[in-house]
Design a protein around this ligand. Structure first.
Ligand code: GDP
Length: 471
């Protein structure tokens, strides 16, 4: 590198261009791979394919849709999830107690047939974003909850942006129609601006009026989910293969050891299977469903809690059944080793504001995305307004992905990671410990300000490409 005139040391990161140059110099072909590709190659070396080939068309059978409920805070996401669960639990054995395992399945009758739907029961787009940041997609359909008395709000837009970015069809649940001042028609009108046009307005999005509190409209909502799934998605999976899927929640239980809720995406998971889940592995000792009942096997779209892992996986980690414990251990250990290397490298990997602007100038990125957190709503709004007013010529684009009052949370950092180029602005707020650790690990740029004009000056300078490298 020094011969090439690059003043770097062994602990520094270099861009792909420089790597290619070095490769050419040394007669190597350099291929830059994403962590997902790297993992795929690791699995291929064990003759395993994750998520690709499920066999012939004839091997595929319909599977239930997997649904995430999103929307603005207090619009009734949790209530909606509870209402759905209470009215439609899959026939449970007497004495079964509801267990919150991160997802549940309900049964409903649709066009004379019994159909199941799986709900991820962490409301909000936090879980969705965290998984996406890790390259995983668990959700087939998003239910966007909008309170009819409050209308479309910033997080409503955010949620629908997330769903649209992930190409996930949306069903709109217009909630709280029991309340005085509820105006479901207005919600429909507001959402047309964002490309969600109700069927009754000539569009293709299903809107359902509900009252989560009174349990009204829940059946119609389930109906709309199934209609949307049937019209827009071809949800089928092969149940006759080794199970694969995702971890959606995990924790360490004092008595039972690592406990993970996994969503089976294809194949059938059975007690006794050797599995690897992220960097954890083990043999499935027991499985529990969302009623706390033990189950012997789980088919596609079924969420189950798995006991028997050696470690706690992360939400979004993939899991798969392998031929034996040895292979499971080898894959897990290899992943852990790679993760350590990646973490060391990553500390300097994500780009700072300055680098983003140099990329911007080179035309590699087309806009600066910001996440603004502040101590009081007045300051957040004032800062956002001021930033959006910065005018340094039309080709420079500034977009606020998210703004809210409060400390910088893991969610904010995950959002910045999911949207590769986003920078977090903290106005009179600090990050939570876990958020700070995550940002450090992932190299997300967080900027702190306590005076609005300072923030404006810096962003403006950056936008003009005049930001000094050090301040
Ligand atoms: P979340 O933040 O979106 O999960 O919202 P919650 O489910 O916690 O609901 C926020 C508040 O709205 C709670 O006080 C609920 O009781 C209330 N709420 C939710 N759904 C309804 C509804 O259909 N009608 C009425 N009147 N209140 C509701």
């Amino acid at each position: 590198m020094l011969h090439l005139g690059e003043m770097v040391t062994a602990t520094q990161s270099v861009n792909e261009e420089t790597l290619q140059l070095l490769g050419a110099e040394l007669d190597y072909v350099v291929q830059v791979v994403s962590p997902e590709e790297e993992d795929r190659e690791l699995l291929e070396s064990f003759k395993i394919e994750f998520g690709e080939d499920e066999g012939d068309d004839a091997d595929l059978v319909p599977r239930p849709p997997v649904v995430t409920v999103m929307g603005h805070v207090d619009h009734g996401k949790t209530k909606t999830l509870d209402a759905i669960r209470n009215t439609n639990v899959v026939a449970r054995e007497a004495g079964g107690i509801t267990q919150h395992i991160g997802a549940y399945q309900v049964a409903t009758t649709h066009e004379g047939e019994e159909r199941k739907i799986t709900f991820i029961d962490t409301p909000g787009h936090e879980a969705f974003t965290a998984m996406r940041a890790r390259g995983a997609q668990a959700t087939d359909i998003a239910v966007l909850v909008v309170a009819a008395d409050d209308g479309v709000k910033p997080q409503t837009i955010e949620a629908l942006n997330h769903a649209q970015a992930a190409n996930v069809p949306i069903v709109v649940a217009v909630n709280k129609v029991d309340k005085e001042g509820a105006d479901p028609t207005k919600v429909r009108a507001q959402l047309t601006e964002y490309g969600l046009v109700a069927e009754e307005f000539g569009g293709s999005t299903m809107f359902v009026d509900i009252s989560a509190k009174q349990g009204l409209g829940i059946d119609s909502l389930l109906e709309a989910i199934l209609l949307t799934a049937d019209a827009e998605l071809d949800l089928r999976a092969n149940p006759d293969m080794d199970a694969q899927g995702l971890a959606i929640e995990a924790h360490l239980d004092k008595g039972r050891g690592p406990v993970a809720t996994v969503l089976v995406q294809r194949g059938t998971l059975r007690v006794g299977d050797s599995i690897v889940c992220g960097e954890a592995y083990g043999r499935v000792r027991a499985m529990l469903d969302d009623n706390g009942d033990t189950v012997e096997e789980a088919d596609p779209s079924r969420p189950v809690r798995v006991l028997g892992l050696t470690a706690v996986p992360r939400a979004g980690d993939n899991f798969l059944v392998v031929t034996d414990d040895r292979m499971a251990r080898q894959i897990a250990q290899e992943r852990a080793a790679r993760q350590r290397i990646a973490e060391m490298a990553k500390a300097g990997r994500r780009r700072t504001l300055e680098e983003l602007f140099s990329d911007y100038e080179k035309g590699k990125i087309d806009e600066l995305k910001l996440i603004i957190k502040g101590d009081v709503s007045g300051s957040v709004e004032a800062l956002e307004d001021a930033l959006l007013k910065i005018d340094v010529g039309e080709e420079v684009n500034l977009r606020v992905l998210h703004r809210a009052v409060g400390a910088i949370t893991e969610y904010d950092v995950n959002l910045a990671i999911a949207d590769d180029n986003a920078v977090i602005i903290g106005f009179n707020v600090r990050p939570e410990v876990r958020a700070r650790d995550l940002a450090e690990r992932e190299g997300v740029d967080i900027r702190y300000y306590s005076v609005i004009y300072q923030a404006i000056e810096e962003i403006e300078a950056a936008l003009k490409g005049m930001l000094k490298p050090e301040f």
